[in-house]
Design a protein around this ligand. Structure first.
Ligand code: THU
Length: 132
């Protein structure tokens, strides 16, 4: 498990270098391990119409799902920050819905990280079960 988390942390850190961030200059990278064994990576992509900006975590999930991946083992998120990179609230909601209660590896700029399950990061979440 530790080897897997280390690998995902490195891939997320590398992916942040491709971020398109002319407004915030905050580079975020994400790496997603699929049950198939494949690892997807992505970065955040901003827009001059600010609300169209999309976070790295959502891009990575949408890439994987649109390629036919259906189940996931873990997600890593990294940035230039000295602090562990926390997924925003919107991304917590999306990760929980599409990937379930997987571990989230929150990485700092040195490659150190903290891990927590999605259910801890988003307690008492609104889910599809509430629509029934
Ligand atoms: N950002 C992410 O990519 N993921 C997060 O979970 C938090 C925020 C991006 C969005 C925006 O491009 C920049 O970081 C500053 O908010």
């Amino acid at each position: 498990m530790k080897n897997t988390f280390n690998k995902l942390a490195k891939r997320a850190l590398a992916a942040r270098k491709r971020a398109y961030v002319p407004y915030s200059n905050f580079h975020v990278g994400a790496a997603l391990l699929c049950k198939s064994g494949k690892i997807y990576t992505a970065c955040n992509i901003e827009n001059s119409s600010f609300s169209l900006t999309i976070c790295a975590e959502r891009v990575v999930l949408y890439k994987a799902i649109s390629d036919g991946e259906l189940s996931f083992e873990a997600i890593a998120v990294a940035s230039d920050s000295d602090e562990y990179t926390r997924p925003c609230g919107a991304c917590r909601q999306v990760i929980l819905e599409l990937a379930g209660n997987i571990p989230c590896i929150m990485v700092n700029n040195k490659g150190n990280y903290e891990v927590n399950l999605l259910n801890i990061l988003l307690p008492e979440a609104f889910t599809k079960n509430h629509l029934k």
